[in-house]
Design a protein around this ligand. Structure first.
Ligand code: 26W
Length: 815
């Protein structure tokens, strides 16, 4: 890196140069937005140079490359991240300050691109950082959605979705690579025949051509020249073709085809952990897969002149099943365009693809109707049928005459294509995202596949970009850590462990408390400004931020808050540690229960926050429009991290890791990565409660769970639910929520996620939290133990494991 160029004066000069050339402005007359863009352009120049250099090295060296396909990349803002990684943040801060600007204000000008829903998308972004830093030659591929996840407004307590137009100020980082534009064929019919040489020829008729135009985002690594590239495809209609229709008088058809093509990259589907079997979504998946593979294969042919060595040179990593069509699409390319036989092609494909599963929720497992696939991608459907037929023959050898089992494991059955089955059949590696989740995959969800292919199954526990989530989001804590253990942890996160021996250092514990308080103040200011609520700085900041989903059990938190309210009403002078409960969450627009839950949180907040008898002992805050840039303010300020999903359902969680790394204590079930967090910090430094997976699964499977006796016998719970039925004085009727808990609904049993069952145990854990908070020294000690043991949850470590155990590429990471 030419870091020598990043002196304060050089940066000042470069920024004012950009302002003049791009906006025709002198520094004095520039708006903050223009200054932001000028800074971004300066940083981008440095990155682009290195991206080209990295690409050239890859092409020259012929090393194995990793291609990470994901429908979502929730990258967050880029300016601070890139400046930090390039080591120019101090110089940039100084340069801007001399120009009369606050760094933080300039960062705020950048849009926060919401090209993802939640965990899956943010993980993909953290992995780009990890790949860049650990030296993996990696490219991420996704769609350049014109509208990312909706902007959430709360009106009368209810979620309202507004379109998010992030591109205006976000596209500084996107470098168009027009010469790599590809054409994807959607729909139409095919006609295949054998030519004179006996070779099968496939002809395509009446399809809709869609151009895939790539935009590249360079992703910097820390202290390295290696750049990871995120390639985002935009759908464009090939105008020239439409002109032909125009001139033949078919105006409407021309316009329609044009519009249909371009809607493909118009909007991100806001469903998370819930499939929406819509045809546009399937088109998006095929668009991503086809453009990406055409691109990789064309470059590969240029470089090697043969496809025979493809699997040696590339890994195609599919992030959940959404890009599973890589399997039939690569078969198509190898057979139809490169004359391979089925067997040759299958060898290449099944050696090149690796699949990560991110959820066990049955409603999230993708199945697509055969008829839809047939209509949108007839050749692909043909290939899937053939894969299925051969796969079923193979199954027959394992389970002779067991028709039931074979139809359960088949790829095509009941007129749908099961994407997970296809992903497992066509890949060399299947992994879960936490130790517990990977076990559940082997023992339950994919147990039969595990019996057949035990060697395919692995675990890679998720990790987070600790530089973004600790070093950048929490500079005061980072400075304290660096003072105590040096700065080695920035590149070698496991070095945080050294802090563990410093638990006796009273002064350190006090400073930890002071830093937390300052971060709390920043969040309190934000809340005051946006919610108009004055929160008590001496209260516990207890936070649950994540997508709204019943299995994540925001409802358990809510029920408990209502119970605390009752206690305080009964005895306003009771000995009570004040608490501020903070929520942030988007609900899928079609998920009625989730939306109603948001409304419930706001109704309760209204009641509690305005009750003079409660004062500042208890407050409830719902933060609107939760997103990456808000998480960066929330995580450092949190004292308690709510990770309370029913055991066995949260694949990993990654918010839990961000909180821990910033010194929050977890209250959680033994679910997902909480299990490993507990193991890392020791059970004495975490608040664990509730049923464990075997118990929860057995109880659900027995069908004998009945919340009614709990409701009738447990006075606290009964009072809470009766209060929900009676309402909160704002005229909103919540009997539907109470009914779900007591009687079930939407085809589900009563209290499907067993909230009532775990309530007492949760309340007791909350009580322990309060007791511990009274002893700040002990609390800060626990907080230090969490920080000290969070290094293993850095994405550098996860990436190094993927590299070593799955991708078989080198990294410079030392375990
Ligand atoms: C087809 C609709 C759909 C959309 C998104 C189904 C499933 C998804 C994602 C896979 C859901 C998701 O984000 N899962 C989360 O992945 C994180 C990263 O591994 C985990 O930490 C979370 O536990 C898991 O819920």
């Amino acid at each position: 890196m030419p870091r020598k160029n990043f002196t304060k004066n050089a940066l000042k000069e470069a920024i004012s140069g950009k302002l003049k050339r791009h906006f025709g402005r002198e520094v004095e007359d520039a708006s903050k937005e223009q200054v932001y863009e000028a800074c971004a352009l300066v940083v981008r120049d440095a990155l682009t140079e290195h991206m080209i250099q990295t690409q050239n090295e890859v092409e020259r060296g012929g090393e194995r490359q990793v291609h990470y396909l994901c429908m979502e990349f929730l990258v967050g803002r880029s300016l601070r991240n890139n400046a930090y990684n390039l080591g120019m943040l101090p110089a940039l801060t100084a340069a801007l300050s001399e120009m009369g600007y606050e760094m933080a204000d300039i960062f705020e000008e950048e849009a926060d691109p919401g090209l993802g829903n939640g965990g899956l998308g943010r993980l993909a972004a953290c992995y780009m950082d990890g790949m860049a830093t650990t030296g993996v030659r990696g490219t991420g591929y996704s769609i350049r959605y014109e509208h990312g996840i909706f902007k959430q407004k709360i009106e009368d307590g209810k979620q309202v979705e507004l379109p998010d137009s992030w591109l205006a100020s976000g596209d500084v980082w996107h470098i168009p690579a027009l010469d790599d534009t590809r054409e994807v064929k959607i729909g139409g019919t095919i006609n295949s025949y054998f030519n004179d040489q006996g070779k099968m020829v496939v002809e395509y008729h009446d399809y809709t051509p869609v151009l895939a135009v790539p935009y590249d985002m360079p992703i910097s690594g820390y202290d390295t020249d290696n750049i990871a590239r995120l390639r985002l495809w935009e759908a464009k209609s090939p105008i020239a073709l439409d002109m032909k229709l125009f001139s033949s008088g078919e105006y409407l058809k021309a316009v329609e085809k044009h519009a249909l093509a371009e809607t493909i990259s118009m909007v991100l589907y806001p469903e998370d952990n819930h499939r929406e079997g819509q045809s546009l979504r399937l088109k998006q998946q095929y668009f991503l897969v086809s453009a990406t593979l055409q691109d990789i294969c064309a470059k590969h042919m240029q470089q090697f002149g043969t496809m025979a060595n493809f699997a040696h040179k590339h890994v195609l990593h599919i992030n959940d099943t959404h890009p599973t069509l890589v399997i039939p699409e690569l078969m198509r390319i190898l057979m139809d365009d490169h004359d391979m036989s089925w067997e040759q092609a299958w060898n290449v494909v099944s050696q090149a693809v690796a699949y990560t599963n991110h959820t066990v929720m049955p409603e999230a497992l993708e199945c697509w109707p055969v008829s839809l696939m047939q209509e949108l991608m007839p050749r692909i459907m043909q290939i899937i049928y053939e894969i299925n037929e051969r796969f079923c023959k193979q199954l027959w050898d394992y389970f002779p005459n067991d028709f039931q089992k074979i139809s359960k494991l088949a790829i095509v059955s009941d007129n749908v294509v099961r994407m997970a089955n296809l992903a497992i059949a066509g890949s060399f590696s299947v992994n879960g995202v936490s130790a517990l989740h990977s076990e559940i995959l082997k023992e339950r969800v994919f147990n039969d596949f595990y019996t057949i292919f035990p060697a395919k199954f692995r675990n890679v526990t998720n990790g987070i970009a600790h530089r973004r989530w600790l070093c950048e989001a929490n500079p005061a804590l980072t400075e304290l850590i660096s003072e105590k253990i040096g700065t080695g942890f920035i590149k070698h996160p496991s070095e945080l462990k050294v802090l563990e021996s410093m638990g006796e250092d009273k002064a350190l514990l006090i400073r930890l408390g002071e830093i937390k308080r300052a971060n709390k103040q920043r969040l309190a200011d934000y809340i005051k400004e946006h919610n108009g609520i004055e929160v008590n700085m001496d209260s516990i900041f207890d936070v649950q931020v994540k997508r709204l989903h019943e299995y994540k059990r925001q409802m358990l938190n809510i029920l408990h808050i209502i119970s605390l309210y009752h206690k305080l009403k009964d005895d306003p002078n009771m000995d009570f540690v004040p608490r501020t409960y903070i929520f942030g969450s988007k609900a899928a627009p079609g998920y009625a229960v989730a939306k109603k839950t948001i409304q419930l949180i706001n109704s309760i907040a209204n009641m509690i926050n305005n009750d003079p008898a409660i004062g500042d002992k208890l407050k409830v805050v719902f933060i609107e429009d939760y997103k990456v840039s808000l998480a960066e303010i929330i995580m450092p300020a949190a004292e308690v991290s709510e990770q309370i999903s029913i055991a066995g359902k949260e694949a990993s969680g990654t918010g839990n890791m961000k909180f821990m790394m910033n010194g929050a204590l977890t209250i959680g079930t033994m679910d997902g990565a909480n299990v490993e967090i507990c193991e890392a910090v020791g059970v004495e430094n975490i608040f664990i409660f509730g049923m464990e997976t075997p118990e929860a699964e057995a109880l659900a499977a027995s069908g004998s769970y009945n919340p009614m006796p709990i409701y009738n016998d447990n006075h606290t719970i009964k009072r809470v639910i009766d209060h929900i039925i009676a309402g909160f004085g704002d005229g909103v009727d919540y009997t539907d929520i109470a009914n779900l808990l007591l009687h079930g609904g939407n085809g589900g049993p009563a209290d499907r996620y067993m909230i009532l069952k775990d309530f007492d145990s949760y309340a007791a854990a909350q009580e322990r939290v309060g007791q511990m908070y009274r002893r700040p020294e002990n609390w800060n000690y626990m907080s230090l133990m969490n920080i000290a043991n969070s290094g293993r949850f850095a994405s550098d470590r996860s990436i190094a494991e993927y590299a070593q155990n799955i991708w078989r590429v080198k990294t410079n990471f030392a375990f």
